[in-house]
Design a protein around this ligand. Sequence first.
Ligand SMILES: [Zn+2]
Length: 175
Amino acid sequence: MVNVITATWKELDAYVDSLLPFDRPLELLAEKPFTTKEIDELLASGCLVRFSAHLWEGQGLTFKTKKNNLELRYILLNYLSSPYDRDKILFHECAHIKYNICFDIKDKNIEAKVEWIGRQWRADPTLLKHLIHSFELKPYIYDKASYQAFASSSPEGNQLLFPFEKNNILETFMD
Ligand SMILES: [Zn+2]
């Protein structure tokens, strides 16, 4: 078992790999990845992203509720999360939504599996850009996938301010 919040990709991949030969649902999900159309459908179904201070660091949550007879789905994120964690958790929750629609949620390895799936979806610049723009979240650049997703539309143009360099902005010049 791995800690899905702190596991490196290598650790998570090795763990899920050990489960894979016997996991047809996971194989199916890997064969049929998340699409921009599904993101549109999620949005059209009334899914909203909100931030909460009542979640542990690295934790997200998804739940359904009814308002005026309308079914709404919320994805809650910790507002203190780093940019990478915010996006990672957002895709983790999307993987829960897709996984739970398709498969048995009593699976004891579900957290590792949805994390494994969600991290792969997040690393796809097309999906990352579409999801962040669809939910009107602030785009952040912190790795190659997020650079490919957002660099061309960044208001900073060619002068990009990376989150890890924020504290050094007065001493660092990037071009
Ligand atoms: Zn989860």
